[in-house]
Ligand binder design. Structure first.
Ligand SMILES: Cc1cc2nc3c(=O)[nH]c(=O)nc-3n(C[C@H](O)[C@H](O)[C@H](O)COP(=O)(O)OP(=O)(O)OC[C@H]3O[C@@H](n4cnc5c(N)ncnc54)[C@H](O)[C@@H]3O)c2cc1C
Length: 391
């Protein structure tokens, strides 16, 4: 190690939605923050994502453990977006038109009953509607639907607007973003009582705190030995490949349409999102496949036939960061000044607001708030990690 480029209070490793949200929050609380990003900010899963921010989700039961955090984040989202927009002067692409779940057969009809019941039990609004009302609300959907579930308080955000706005907001609040610099390892310097983050032989940052937010790559950041099996902040996180389509055409739907196997969202500027695959067995593979594209289109056409006349603009792939239990990891990484936020899996855009708030609180208070107590890294220590087993 031979060169120090930056000395700071907090160094955040990774400029996805989680790293940037935390950096922005910490800067707003008066902390001095540097973000170090291997590529460009928001280049990976965070800008591939659909940006659906609903708390209603299928399969039922799967969400139980993260429901409180999802709800907490959803409730913070409007303020989060407002502060990003105000600090950046940019539109973050936030829409509050709600979600319409649709049932195409008796099985899906029963599932929507359960989803509705689950929401009522949690004190959340939603309303079962008959096929005729579904048709009146969204006339471009197929005619032979069984019923719908209207969730008016679901929102969406366009990650391709949110991420640049977040980066700008963070910078406007004093955050320095270092791009195209991969952190290879980190070390605690006892003599200086500070952490050092390095890229190969070069020290990029000396800091009192490191926040590891490198998505599925978190465990590739090593202790000084640079052995791959010796991560700086071990989390057991890994990739779950997702493929998603972007089409461009006239407005076809007024709210997000969700089913058991396909989601369709409309952006204000004419983009339609068809989401998405879940491929835990694909590992680090980032190639778009014809099979996935054809299957996503087949399912989407089956719900919204007019999509067949809309141009397919982009087929993208992202790696969701996930651990075995599909819950995020937020909090201390087991050593003073070492923090981690990853594993947000299918909900990182939604959970960014709560993650930033609660991690900043933890760092400030020096203890873990109740809200994020279930998401500590210690819960995984007893379990062997294998994503394939969890799929
Ligand atoms: C197809 C698809 C659809 C999705 N839809 C939704 C949705 O509708 N709603 C929702 O809430 N979520 C959704 N998600 C999930 C969401 O995208 C993720 O949970 C979220 O983006 C994770 O953010 P992150 O910041 O942890 O990781 P990432 O976005 O992966 O960011 C990590 C960053 O760390 C950087 N990095 C890695 N290693 C290093 C290093 N050594 N040094 C420096 N930098 C490094 C990377 O370059 C990257 O920029 C979707 C994901 C996919 C793939």
């Amino acid at each position: 190690m031979n060169h120090t480029t930056s000395a700071t209070d907090v160094a955040v490793v990774g400029a996805g939605v989680i790293g940037l949200s935390i950096a922005f929050e910490l800067a707003r609380r008066g902390r001095e923050v540097v973000v170090i990003e291997r590529d460009r900010p928001g280049q990976h899963a965070s800008t591939v994502a659909a940006g659906l921010l609903g708390t209603a989700a299928l399969p039922l039961g799967e969400q139980d453990d993260i429901y409180p955090l999802k709800l907490d984040s959803l409730r913070r989202y409007a303020d989060f977006v407002a502060s990003v927009e105000s600090a950046s002067g940019m539109d973050a692409g936030y829409r509050t038109d709600g979600t319409l779940w649709i049932a195409r057969d008796a099985t899906e009809d029963a599932l929507l009953d359960q989803l509705n019941e689950e929401r009522q039990q949690r004190g959340l609004d939603s309303r079962r509607i008959a096929a005729a009302e579904v048709q009146a609300l969204e006339p471009n959907l197929i005619g032979d639907l069984v019923s719908g579930l209207l969730v008016d308080d679901d929102v969406q955000v366009d990650p391709r607007q949110l991420l640049p706005a977040l980066a700008r907001a963070a910078q406007a609040s004093g955050v320095r973003i270092i791009e195209q610099q991969a952190v290879s390892h980190g070390d605690f310097d006892e003599t200086k009582d500070r952490w050092a983050l390095a890229s190969g032989q070069e020290v990029i940052a000396e800091c009192s705190n490191i926040v590891v937010t490198a998505g599925p790559w978190c465990d590739q950041i090593a202790r000084p030995t640079r052995e791959t099996n010796n991560p700086l902040a071990p989390s057991g996180v890994g990739p779950v490949k997702g493929q998603l389509l972007r089409l461009r055409g006239p407005g076809l739907i007024d709210r997000c349409i969700r089913t058991t196997n396909i989601d369709i969202a409309q952006r204000r500027h004419g983009e339609l999102i068809v989401a998405s695959t879940k491929e835990p067995e694909a590992g680090w593979d980032l190639s778009p496949t014809d099979e996935a594209r054809d299957e996503l289109l087949r399912r989407a056409y089956g719900v919204l036939p007019a999509l067949q006349d809309v141009e397919l603009e982009e087929h993208s792939v992202g790696l969701r960061p996930a651990v075995d239990d599909h819950m995020p990891i937020i909090g201390s990484a087991g050593r003073p000044g070492l923090w981690i936020a990853t594993g947000h899996y299918r909900h990182g855009i939604l959970l960014a607001a709560a993650t930033a708030h609660w991690l900043a609180e933890t760092m400030e208070r020096g203890e873990t708030p109740t809200m994020i107590a279930p998401y500590g890294v210690d819960r995984l220590e007893a379990q062997p990690q294998s994503l394939e087993a969890a799929s």
